[in-house]
Write a protein that binds this ligand. Sequence first.
Ligand code: CP
Length: 310
Amino acid sequence: MLNSKDLLGLRDVTPQEITQILDLAEDYKKQVKGGQKKFSRLSGKTLVTLFYENSTRTRTSFELAGKYLGAHEVNIAASSSSVQKGETLIDTGKTLQALQTDFIAIRHPMAGAPHLLAKTVKASVINGGDGMNEHPTQALLDMLTMRETFGSLSGLKVAILGDIKHSRVAKSNLFGLSKMGAQVWVYAPKTLIPAGFDALGAHIAHSREEAIEGANVVMGLRIQLERQSGGLFPSLSEYSQFYGVKDDMLKLAAPGAIIMHPGPVNRGIELTPSLIDGQSSRIEDQVTSGLCVRMAALTLLSEYREKNGL
Ligand code: CP
C-alpha cells in the first residue's frame, strides 16, 4: 500500500514505496509477457485518462493498465473536450467527481496541475507528466527496466544526456534513483542544465565521455523543440555532433551497459539509430515496463483507497 491517495512525483515517496511498486510491477510483467491480460483488481472501478498534451506511450499504457485490471476506462483528450470552451481544471475535476471517477491519470503542460486536481477530487490522481516538473511513472518504469537488468539499483551509474532543463523525466529519475542508491550523471549544453540540479544530487559531467565512462545505463533524452524558448543550442545537427551519443562511445561504458530513452526519440539526434535498435537497447522493454508499473501503481493506490474508506 502507498502512503498517500495520489502519485504525484518521486520527490516525496519513500524508497519502500518505490520498492513496493517495482516488486508488484515485476510480478505483473511476468504475467503479462506470459499472455495474462485479465485481472480483476480494479473490477467495478473507473479510470479516466485526462491528457492536455500529446502522448502515445503514457496514455496508451494507462488505458491498457486500467483495462487489464478490469476497470472501466475512458479517455479525455483536452483538444476535443470542454476545455476548449474555457472550462477550468478544477471544474473538469468536479465533473469527473460527479461521474464517480476513482482514478485520474493526468498530463498537463503546467507544473503542479496534478497537485491542484488532487486537492479538488476524491479520486486518486496519478501524474502522467506535468510541464517541466515530474513524470513519476516514467522514472519508475525506467527503474524497473534497470533493476531487471542489473538485479539492483544500488551502486549503478546512470548517465543521462539530452535536454535536462525541460525534462520531467530527468527530475523524477534523479529523485527516484538517488533514493535507491544509484548515481545520476547528466551532460548537455550548459543552457540545457537547470540551475541547482547538482544541489538536488546530480553529478554534472563536463563531457560526453566523462558522463558515459563506467556508466551502467546510458539514457538519451529527447530535445524538446516544443519547449525551447529559442537559442538554447545552435541547431539540431550541431547538437547531434557535439552532444549526441555515438556508437563508439558505448565502449567507454561499463561492461553490459544498456541504452535507454523514454521516447519519443529524435532518431540520429540524441542517439544513433544503431544504438536505438542495437542489442544493448532496452527502449522497447521500457514500454512494457511502463504498462506494468502503471498496473502496479493503480493496484497499490486502490489498496490505499480501500483501507482509508475512499
Ligand atoms: N515517455 C513518454 O512520456 O512518452 P509519451 O509522450 O508518448 O507518453
